[in-house]
Design a binder for this molecule. Structure first.
Ligand code: HEM
Length: 466
């Protein structure tokens, strides 16, 4: 990894220490310090690449606390329903036999949805995806086109563009070695990304200050919009509340980085998982039918999804698990040891060793998952799968102190999206023989994935006609 020796482990019985839930575990760091990570302000802020263990612990506490209050979870379901309503509206207007890029729709959907969940800023990503579909030349990036000059960029769109450039910066600064940063063709790009970081930081600071002022003036209480006299209960409000009185000058940095990571860790992972689910279901219509039956049974044809429904969608959950078993968006999870020598898997390793845990390999091992290449959600539906497989054989969200803090949020969100869209539509693969277009960046990400979106009534009619 990045020129460092990495010890790759693929046997669940060797993972106990690496996945330890202890606060003093020697595996609380993920990767070694990189200059690129430092330039992005992630070396001692946020969670993903934070190497400063005491600071990481604080951030982790704020991040997790902000994701867990019942009011936040309840509102997340409401925001997901709102975003789904917009998506369904656009998809109802699709032409018959129009091929759509599902990865783009899901990326813009999750981006808008995260915008609502994080701070309420309307990012218009789905609207833009829809406009591009109708007017192919429309693009916010180039300013050449007359049509674009008429479109005044909103602050939500500006925010989304800055964040998108921030993700590009993440890929670039982490993967391009620092000794190249001063080369004439590379230097302008590095300077550009530094400006993006500055502008994004200013934008976020303004957002935080505005919210703090609103919080001083308004009444606390559950509220999903800005119209009433109450404070909007979203991730930003939760973060401000959880950091208040505990941190002083640093709190804005903590909030900024946690918000960035909510978007950074939440969008690509959810988008790719959703595309993979659609792909698996299109290949297994009998499984899709069982899921749709469950959705209609629990929710009826039109009702919005509520938090209480999530536990009842057991077969839907089994489909999500089976999809991420075969398609883990984080196929290799890392741990970076402390500066003492350690024994792992019966071998002694020097201080500061990188370990890679090969989830993709473990989750396809026939010892733990018989007939592993088969897409079979019943593995997770019938009986107690946890008893049948050894600990750590299924770890799509990692384990231990650095496991994914967004796990429950992601599962709820994916269930809510499936429940909303599969009661209205089904999907046919535009190119049934093409495998899923994975590309590895910081995580496993889906590339262009083309499908037909078919309204469910029509598909039922055509199935019964056949
Ligand atoms: C299908 C969706 C997702 C999958 C499969 C996934 C998977 C993972 C995995 C495997 C890790 C590394 C765990 C480890 O090292 O043990 C991780 C870390 C992380 N994830 Fe997720 N994730 C998903 C969605 C999300 C969402 C929606 C959020 C935000 C709400 C999120 C936030 C994070 C953060 C902040 C970390 C770093 C935690 C730390 O270092 O302390 N993830 N995720």
């Amino acid at each position: 990894m990045f020129g460092y020796r990495t010890i790759v482990l693929a046997n669940p019985k060797d993972l106990k220490d690496l996945f330890s839930p202890k606060v003093d575990s020697p595996f609380l760091r993920r990767i070694p310090p990189f200059k690129g990570i430092k330039a992005l302000g992630m070396e001692s802020d946020g969670l993903l690449f934070n190497n400063d263990v005491p600071k990481w612990k604080n951030n982790r506490k704020y991040f997790s606390q902000s994701l867990s209050p019942p009011s936040f979870i309840k509102l997340s379901a409401i925001y997901t329903n709102q975003a789904c309503e917009e998506l369904v509206g656009y998809w109802n207007d699709l032409k018959q036999n129009e091929i759509v890029k599902l990865d783009e729709w899901f990326r813009s959907f999750t981006s808008d949805m995260m915008g609502l969940v994080v701070s309420g800023i309307k990012e218009n990503s789905m609207q833009l995806t829809n406009d591009k579909r109708i007017k192919p030349k429309y693009s916010l990036k180039s300013k050449e086109n007359e049509e674009e000059k008429e479109h005044e960029i909103t602050s939500g769109e500006r925010y989304r563009n800055l964040r998108s450039e921030y993700s590009d910066a993440l890929g670039f600064l982490v993967f391009v070695p620092p000794f190249l940063w001063n080369f004439p063709i590379i230097k302008p790009k590095v300077e550009h990304y530094k400006n993006v970081l500055k502008e994004l930081g200013n934008f976020e600071l303004e957002l935080i200050e505005k919210r703090k002022n609103t919080m001083k003036q308004r009444q606390p209480g559950i509220n999903s919009d800005n119209s009433s006299g109450k404070i909007r209960d979203d991730f930003l409000t939760m973060l401000i509340k959880s950091t208040e009185n505990e941190m002083s000058t640093e709190d804005a940095d903590v909030i900024k980085q946690n918000i960035r990571e909510m978007f950074g860790a939440g969008i690509a992972t959810t988008t790719s998982t959703l595309c993979a689910i659609v792909h698996c279901l299109a290949k297994h219509p009998e499984v899709e039918k069982r899921m749709v039956d469950e959705l209609f049974q629990v929710l009826g044809p039109d009702r919005d999804v509520r938090v209480e429904d999530f536990d009842q969608l057991k077969f839907t959950e089994a489909i999500i698990n089976e999809t991420i078993r075969l398609n883990p968006v984080v196929p290799l999870v890392h741990r970076y040891s402390t500066d003492t020598e350690l024994e792992i898997a019966g071998h002694r390793f020097p201080p500061n060793t990188i370990f890679g845990i090969n989830l993709a390999h473990i989750q396809r091992n026939p010892k733990y998952f018989p007939n592993p290449e088969k897409f079979d959600p019943d593995r997770f539906y019938t009986g107690d799968w946890k008893k049948r497989s050894p600990q750590y054989a299924f770890s799509p969200f990692g384990h231990g102190m650095r496991s994914c803090p967004g796990k429950h949020f992601a599962m709820a969100e994916i269930k809510a999206i499936l429940a909303n869209i599969y009661r209205k539509f089904t999907f046919k693969l535009a190119y049934p023989n093409k495998p899923l277009p994975w590309r590895y960046t910081v995580v496993n990400e889906i590339g262009t994935f083309e499908v037909y979106v078919v309204p469910r009534e029509k598909s039922i009619l055509s199935n019964s006609a056949a």
